[in-house]
Write a protein that binds this ligand. Structure first.
Ligand SMILES: [Cu+2]
Length: 190
């Protein structure tokens, strides 16, 4: 009786010692995070390149593709809320003296639009009565003509014309006759 207890204790001790002595193979190896951080940096660079004015210290690129820095609020438009038509190769802005659907009279639709560089934007009269003779298209801000660096050129005849926006920037326009009642807008290019 007594000897069995001693033997049992000795076995348990031996097993425990064996378990302890075998527990020595956990030397850690450094995990590689180089590829993950490289990907983040590349995305950030793309965002900086797109917006063009925030410098090279921007970390990460989560806001890069939809960034609006470098674009300015003008003619009642805000780059953050402009109709996003980026990715379309052609975009049409219609204009009219009369209400068109939910678009009120004497306005452009969409008046404030964001497009990708290289996009061709067409200004199109919504009805036969809507022409550039009635609504002279004019580049500029706050009803003052300004052709500086603006692909939009003044139009006083015809009803439809297109401009290609090669470079990023803010390109405001208005109707020379109805600007004072809000017939104005801006093309944002990014
Ligand atoms: Cu007009």
């Amino acid at each position: 009786m007594h000897s069995k207890i001693v033997i049992g204790f000795a076995l348990a001790f031996a097993l425990g010692a064996a378990a302890c002595s075998s527990d020595n193979g956990s030397s850690s190896s450094s995990s590689g995070t180089t590829s993950a951080s490289t990907t983040t940096g590349t995305t950030g660079t793309t965002g900086t390149t797109t917006t063009g004015s925030t410098g090279t210290t921007t970390t990460g690129g989560s806001g890069g593709s939809s960034g609006t820095s470098g674009l300015t609020a003008v003619n009642g438009c805000d780059p953050a809320t402009a109709t996003d038509m980026t990715g379309h190769s052609t975009v049409t802005i219609s204009y009219s003296s009369s209400a068109q659907g939910s678009t009120p009279a004497f306005s452009y639709s969409p008046a404030c639009v964001k497009v990708s560089a290289g996009t061709s934007v067409t200004f199109q009269g919504a009805t036969a009565a809507d022409t550039f003779a009635v609504h002279p298209l004019t580049p500029g801000t706050n009803c003052v003509a300004d052709t500086t660096n603006n692909p939009i050129t003044a139009q006083s005849s015809g009803a439809s014309t297109s401009f290609t926006f090669a470079n990023a920037g803010t390109f405001p326009y208005f109707c020379a006759v109805h600007c004072s009642v809000g017939m104005k807008g801006a093309v944002y290019v990014q």
